[in-house]
Design a protein around this ligand. Structure first.
Ligand code: RB5
Length: 146
């Protein structure tokens, strides 16, 4: 699978650990985040990364900011993106299994490297269960038309 990672200055410390865990699982990683600690706007990076998912250049986006919140709020404004802001493994797994999330958002000021790696690993290893969950995803898609 192909993953795109987008991060702002607040998410910079988790970029390498997240990249490594994805590559160790055999995934390809594209980086569209900032490499600098200079202050930037998370929405710009959410937009860049989600665009790659929507145009098929990536299967999933991982967005990292200070809390994961600004990234998830931005990403969820984009039609076709289902972003989950996650701080623990159970939600990471369920965001794929039940919500078919195509975007994982994590906060580098909230979780440590090891937790982040476990979350990303869980997200990347879980398939969407479809069935009754597809009906609910279709209803989320309907909400985009409002
Ligand atoms: C940047 O200081 C910080 O606000 C940002 O990384 C993120 O936490 C916003 O949700």
């Amino acid at each position: 699978m192909k993953y795109v990672i987008g991060n702002d200055h607040g998410g910079i410390d988790l970029y390498q650990p997240v990249k490594e865990v994805l590559e160790n699982l055999g995934h390809e990683v594209i980086h569209v985040g900032t490499d600098s600690r200079e202050s930037v706007d998370y929405s710009d990076y959410a937009s860049l990364a989600c665009e790659k998912v929507l145009n098929g250049k990536a299967d999933f986006a991982i967005l990292i900011c200070g809390t994961g919140l600004g990234m998830s709020m931005s990403a969820n404004k984009i039609d076709g993106i289902r972003a989950a802001a996650v701080s623990e493994c159970y939600s990471a797994k369920m965001s794929r299994a039940h919500n078919n999330a195509n975007c994982l958002c994590i906060g580098a000021r909230v979780i440590g490297n090891e937790t982040a790696k476990m979350i990303v690993s869980e997200f990347a290893s879980t398939e969407f269960e479809a069935g009754r969950h597809q009906r609910r995803i279709d209803k989320i898609t309907e909400l985009e038309k409002r």
